[in-house]
Design a protein around this ligand. Structure first.
Ligand code: FES
Ligand code: FES
Length: 169
């Protein structure tokens, strides 16, 4: 039995329309990384456990290793590349830098996207809520202290409407 035929999938990534030919079994994570060369999205466990692959689909944080590219048909996808503010770092990215919220950086894209989804809907999130939201993202080397401080620091920018990044819808 041969492979099923490739499918054409259309969606937007960071506000830019994308059309890709993919095998039906290709994950959204691999599609972003290999077909679209958006390698900021990291793949760790490939089992939905670590959160490194988190992207935003139609406004919600999702694990792109658990979603097929074909399921993104017609969706608005935002990746870590879309968090910039013009040519500058976006407020969350800048806060992560200020607070030394990364060491190896492997988990950082997922941390940023989970935090972006949180602050976009709850810019008043308190420390307990930030910790809860990040509890599904595993980091092996920061102890989370700088990460949580960075997210709390970025809240003011989100409250002021400055945290949008490139459009995700
Ligand atoms: S790579 Fe997707 S959750 Fe770990
Ligand atoms: S900064 Fe290394 S795993 Fe989080």
């Amino acid at each position: 039995m041969g492979n099923p035929p490739a499918r054409t999938v259309r969606f937007t990534v960071n506000g830019v329309p994308a059309t890709v030919e993919v095998e039906p079994r290709l994950t959204l994570a691999d599609c972003l990384r290999h077909a679209l060369e958006l390698t900021g999205t990291h793949v760790g466990c490939e089992h939905g456990v670590c959160g490194a692959c988190t992207v935003i689909v139609d406004g919600r944080a999702v694990r792109s290793c658990l979603m097929l590219a074909v399921q993104a048909e017609g969706c608005a996808v935002q990746t870590v590349e879309g968090l910039v503010d013009g040519e500058a770092l976006g407020p969350l990215q800048a806060a992560f830098r200020r607070h030394h919220a990364l060491q190896c950086g492997f988990c950082t894209p997922g941390m940023l996207m989970t935090s972006h989804a949180l602050l976009s809907s709850e810019p008043d999130a308190d420390v307990a809520r930030v910790r809860e939201a990040l509890s599904g993202n595993l980091c092996r080397c920061t102890g989370y202290i700088g990460i949580v401080e960075a997210v709390l620091d970025a809240r003011a920018a989100y409250k002021a409407g400055a945290g949008k990044g490139r459009p995700d819808r």
